[in-house]
Design a protein around this ligand. Sequence first.
Ligand code: 5AD
Ligand code: SF4
Length: 352
Amino acid sequence: MDKKFLHNILDRVIGGAPLSRDDWRWLLSEGAAPDVADLLRSEASRIATENFGKGVFVRGLIEISSYCRNNCNYCGLRCSNREALRYRLTKEEILDCCREGASLGFNTFVLQGGEDVKQDDAWIVDVVRSIKELFPDKAVTLSVGERSVEGYRAMRKAGADRYLLRHETRSDEHYARLHPSTMSAEKRRASLQTLKSLGFQTGSGMMIGSPYQTMENIVDDLMYLDELRPQMIGIGPFIPAKNTPFAQFPAGSVDLTILVVSLLRLRFQKALIPATTALASIDEQGRERAILAGANVVMPNLSPLDVRSKYSIYDGKKSLGSESAQALDELARRLATIGYHIDFGRGDYNEK
Ligand code: 5AD
Ligand code: SF4
């Protein structure tokens, strides 16, 4: 491995200089070597600490519906999964979650759900308004799939601050292998542009190791993120879900996910990057490893206890212990073992 080139490319990644497809390719392939991966991780962690100290932002995650009209091949909530357990929360139930979250110290609520036709744009708008009336100072993040431009605009007007919508994969061909033909990568990207232009702090991202994904696909993803410049980037390993077409595929690599987290932190220094539940679910140390690679957000589950197991997008998804909003002390203890603490601030994107 060319040490000189490594330092040259690191300078360019961190400095924001243009990166070619070959550069990204090099980072993904050479970066997999343990000594290079270690160096990238320690640089990423240094940059995260410069920007955020040793604090990790927390978001209370409320899973508002397990109904979904979509049929993504990887997801346990896909509409053709007859075995999936379905529920939808009422507005009052969501407000109760927010009240509990507020008492636990959360300053951001994330409303995440499948594309439930019963929770239409007007319904979401009403829920956002009600949360903002009760808690005007708290941030509301939506993660409710693809909606119309008018819908996004109304949600923003109602006070929603942030929106999460992963692009899933930049490659149109790969996207078509992961989704039914009714969905399109192009439409997804158009939504992301719209969300950004409406002033949402916008989150995107992808799975690592999803079926048929190649290294070139991840290069495409990184180059796309470089162009989109989202304020939040969520990545996690693919994890097979039973009763889906991908049930028999292997899970994505934790090491590769961690490498990509460090590359994201090196490139997007101010971005909000979660240590995702998927990582924590397949690796006992996944959350801590992501934080030590530059992640600075965790999203403990604030959904009502009796629905948590029903929001089963993949098998073995964690929603208890450090992944539970009710166990922040356990999360704090685990963060302390790596020298970090919970930051209870709103954790808005701050370009500074
Ligand atoms: N494994 C890992 N992540 C998944 N997601 C959906 N299904 C899976 C799975 N089987 C991710 C998608 C989606 C987000 C909410 O969860 O990237 O955008
Ligand atoms: Fe629905 Fe989202 Fe699952 Fe796709 S990933 S089936 S849109 S819940």
